[in-house]
Design a protein around this ligand. Sequence first.
Ligand code: HEM
Length: 473
Amino acid sequence: LWWKTSRPKGFPPGPVPLPVFGNMLQIDFTNPLPALKKFSKVYGPVYSIYLGFTPAVVVRGLKDLKEVLVTRGVEFADRPQNRISEVISGRKGLVVAPYGRSWKEHRRFTLSTLRNFGLGKKSMEERIYEESAHLIEELKKNKNSLYDPHYVLENAVSNIICSIVFGRRYDYDDSTFQDILNLVCEHMKLATQFWAQLYNAFGFVRHLPLPHQKMFRNVEIVFGFLRKVVEEHKRTRVPEQPRDYIDCYLDEMNKEQRDDNKSTFEEENLFTCLVDLFVAGTETTSSSLDWSLLYMMLYPDIQEKCREEIDKIRGERDHVDYEDRVNMPYTQAVLQEVQRFASVVPLGVAHASIKDVQLNGFTIPKGTTIITDLTSLHYDESQWKNPYEFNPENFLDNDGQLKKVDSFLPFSAGPRGCLGENLARMEIFLFFTSLLTHFEFHLPDPKSPPDTTPVFGISQVPKRFKMRLVQRT
Ligand code: HEM
């Protein structure tokens, strides 16, 4: 019945839903985090909300998140199938694919292909050094001026995934590629906003002239771009001599066709994997770098301490290597603190229960959406001394060594945890150390520091800011 949104017996409690809209009008979708925190004060770490007629269970805090993501990870390893995820993925690919054979095979294939390209002729690390060199040259053009680093960082980061997946990089002045990056960035915001949630709840909204239409237009353009890339690969590839991820996939498709007609390796799946890697691998990592530069400007002493450590370890070399990080606890602590403080993927990616499950004494039916509030870990007052202060000491022990902190899961964890975690860590470390080697980053005007309030989305980004770049001699 249209007005019936009362909770089933044994379901986690939560705020009273309104007819039709459920709890949607009680949540500010431009930033739902404060509302999610407020509800948990009343209903505890596991509670439910209604998005229209669809219930979702919110999980907060270390104990329950660990259970859902890791200890009983498989029981919660599905993804909710909703209209928004269908816009991009149609139940295929990696990020929102349902738990099952196709997702498993594609996750395994993608991890091993990323590893092979990382260990092959040109290692992942080398690719990042090369791109860093381009990045530094670009920034030098703007030394001693006020500069917004957003586009160039995004382009540089995206080039790493493009080089592995498409076999090429894009110049920073390639306007077609910049347009694509902008659309991807916009999508990450549009997909969590009220109009998108409304479409999720009510299918008939699809054709109404509301702001969510932009999402469909953007997706069409990005898909068009990717389609061309795949077509070109098909034209130019030599079977069994893969240049990149796409070639490997096309080889796998041929192999599987010979072995088994019911293969999950087919073109639609390839296409969705490309979108997933491109989308998941770009904005998350580049906004982590945006945040790192913003905080370095705001905390010049921390910036200087990092640079001293980098210079000491680097010696006469052009750059530090990734393996040097074990001797650079301070820099690592700074980067982890950036990831904690910025919580770049604040709510992770929604999970779903693969069967009827029990959690915290409640019954959660199969297929229920599970929202994993990772910010509840990163700002937990019982786990951090001053969670709302930026302080790298959070990750250092009394001897100045890096310490492991349980309440820190920027990449989530468990069977569905971030597939690109190792790549992202390497990129953030190598780009950051190379930037600090070549430049100092200063506030344009120390008397009016930039606003650090995040812009909420699937990934949380800083408001655009400018910095004064001073090239080091
Ligand atoms: C999933 C964070 C970079 C590919 C995720 C999830 C988070 C996350 C929180 C959800 C995990 C879950 O459902 O529990 C981040 C952060 C990054 C980053 C903070 C950078 C700082 C990357 C990169 C790639 C990538 C560079 C590309 C290689 C993926 C994929 C998934 C995923 C494919 C879906 C995994 C699955 O459903 O099996 N990421 N990520 N991510 N990430 Fe990342």
